[in-house]
Design a protein around this ligand. Structure first.
Ligand code: KIV
Length: 273
């Protein structure tokens, strides 16, 4: 178990009730994914409200083509690292594929392991109406749970592609309402038309966090490696890259290789007498 999280000057750690209280506020909720100490500390220092240890780690960290191979032990490993680094942000850990789909009891056991072994505040699972019974069981066991509807990467084989905008308004509204009624404290809306996300946000009393769901959600999340321009070749319409860290790292590495090869590094300044 991790140690109690110290408070930064002028701030206090985010909690599930504080997160929920930001529903409908002018100041939008901010969320980014992180998988390690370096990025979790940077995002926490910048003041992000919530860090999601997403199972997107399967794609951006492990280089796999979907999130489906990610294991519960891998989520716990990365979750614990992020919780230790995040002094203020609300850390939420994704429940990976097949760690909750079998039964509500399986979900309670695995969510319990995640919270106990990482010290995270909450878990997230994919599904609305389909997972209502499971969300209810988690909430009844006092395990805070966030739902995730619209494009659900763990259901990519059924939905027919990672980048497919989900447009069935009736299904999306029923999924959102079922997740809220079952006790989810928040909900991610992924790749859905702006108008439907706005309607869900208006009709729900829990915060909605959008990714490719337009500006009317209560908050926004991006996969940090995409937002920072570390990943290449992925440019959906919704993604804004705020930096090009791939180029920065490539240029620095190229310069280092050249300086070592040519005997310019280490120079006197970087050598002990
Ligand atoms: O796994 C993840 O990073 C996510 C976000 C895209 C919301 O679920």
């Amino acid at each position: 178990m991790s140690e109690p999280r110290p408070t930064l000057p002028g701030t206090s750690p985010m909690s599930v009730p504080k997160f929920m209280a930001m529903k409908g506020q002018l100041r939008k909720l901010t969320m980014l994914t992180a998988y390690d100490t370096v990025f979790a500390s940077i995002f926490d220092q910048a003041g992000v409200d919530s860090i999601l240890v997403g199972d997107s780690l399967g794609m951006v960290v492990q280089g796999k083509s979907t999130t489906m191979p990610v294991t519960l032990d891998e989520m716990i490993y990365h979750g614990e690292i992020v919780v230790r680094a995040a002094k203020r942000a609300l850390v939420i850990v994704d429940m990976p594929f097949m760690s909750y789909q079998v039964s509500p009891q399986q979900a309670v056991e695995n969510a319990g392991r995640i919270l106990k072994e990482t010290g995270a505040a909450a878990v997230k699972l994919e599904g609305g109406i389909q997972q209502a019974e499971t969300i209810r069981a988690l909430a009844a066991a006092d395990l805070p749970v966030m739902a995730h509807i619209g494009m659900r990467p763990q259901s990519v084989k059924k939905l027919g592609g990672m980048s497919k905008v989900q447009r069935d308004e009736t299904t999306l509204i029923s999924d959102a309402k079922a997740a809220e009624a079952a006790g989810a404290f928040g909900i991610v809306l992924e790749l859905i038309p702006r108008g439907i996300a706005a309607r869900i946000t208006k009709e729900l009393s829990i915060p909605t966090i959008g990714i490719g769901a337009g500006p009317d959600c209560d908050g926004q999340v991006l996969v940090s490696y995409d937002m920072l321009g570390l990943t290449e070749g992925f440019q959906p319409k919704f993604l804004k890259r705020y930096a090009d860290l791939h180029q920065v790292a490539l240029a620095a590495t190229t310069q280092y290789l050249q300086e070592v090869r040519e005997g310019q590094f280490p120079d006197a300044m970087h050598s002990h007498e």
